[in-house]
Write a protein that binds this ligand. Sequence first.
Ligand SMILES: [Zn+2]
Ligand SMILES: [Zn+2]
Length: 347
Amino acid sequence: MKAVQYKDVESVMVGDVAEPTINTPDDVLVRVTRAAICGSDLHLYRGHIPGMAPGSIMGHEYTGIVAAVGERVRHVQVGDRVVGTFHVACGACQLCRLGQYHQCSHGGVLGYGLAFGDYPGSQAEMVRVPWGDVNLRKIPDGLPDEKAIFTGDILTTAYGAVRNSGLQPGETCAVIGAGPVGMMAVMAAQVMGAARVFSIDRDSRRAGAAESLGAIPVDSSRSNPVRRVMQATGGLGVDVVIEAVGGPPTLALAFQLVRGGGRIAAVGVTAEAQWAFPLMTALTRDITFRIGLANTHRDIDATLNLVAAGRIDPTTVVSHRLPLESAPEGYRLFHEQRADKVLLTVG
Ligand SMILES: [Zn+2]
Ligand SMILES: [Zn+2]
């Protein structure tokens, strides 16, 4: 089968590899229909994440049709149209039983190398999904794959961050970063009742796209985002900040935008190991700071419902639709910031 393989820093290829097989009674094989390139795939592409061996299959965002199931699988059947979660969990360990699927003692991330379970990825014609009952959801009838695919990662990641922020209806929210996850956070904050959502990005084109979703765009390349937000909030700052870039500069900005007693939820992926936490600011201004990767399993049913009901259209972030064979071009465009979200059509 064809699959997108990691070659070297800033280089992927589409190669021919053996089809996966059912290895355990909980495995499900999915014939992939759509795969997406994620911002976190770029961290691999740029060589920031160690443990990705040349030849490894990339990708963790996908939809498809169930092609085979192991003998213990009960909740999905051959022929079902499904979306998968980007991180896989066993469903049975103590942390999974506490609902902390993203902390599963046995889990990992598809297509993310040795440090994340060494699972072959989903940018391929077929993918083996471990613990298929836990890590797959049937796609509601009438909901196209190209919308459902976002619930397996970036929409649910953003939705989870807004949920973790404790946003209440009528509050103001600032989303730092208008990349695909930031745009999803704008939409999630809106459906959760934010009165106003500021979308901050230094790319004026992206700021414009956020405006078309109903956000208040703040082009940080042209104006000081702190001054803009303070002017618009009577000098208070926003109730909630969602940080969707990753890394020290935008984390520091979040502390400048939030009101006293407000909340920050950070979800941007970073390769930085450490950051100087603004201890005195957080202490004296009573700031709640939360950071963590998404617990997709907790929120995917809600995001599937929202997308199926038409309350959120995640395809607004799609800039390119390419065949699987053109994945190297898709990676290059995304890497050079000439693409927002690249969907790969498979088969
Ligand atoms: Zn992703
Ligand atoms: Zn587990």
